[in-house]
Write a new protein. Sequence first.
Length: 116
Amino acid sequence: MANPSPQARDDIAIHGVDVQPHTQCAHWHSDRDIIAIRHKCCGNYYACISCHEALAKHPSTCWPKTERATVPVVLCGRCRRQWTIAEYMACNSACPGCQAAFNPGCARHYDLYFEM
């Protein structure tokens, strides 16, 4: 049986500093800065790690490798679908659902969110 496509979720709160409708924030705000990442430590989606550092009252923790393929933790700010870490890492900087372009530079920050 094939996995169903992730459903868009408009009810997910995106935390951050000056968060815009497509998840850009005060720190990252180009047209391609349109993902939010759910943090392992608190379960909340933040626009970026700097937003988490500014607003959360606890340190961030990374998602373990064992959860890469099973837990949806990346949200596309354009279509609001959620993706697993494995799907996100394999997407070639474009949403697998709506093909919106993601900032390819985000790959340099994987280690802030995901166990490498």
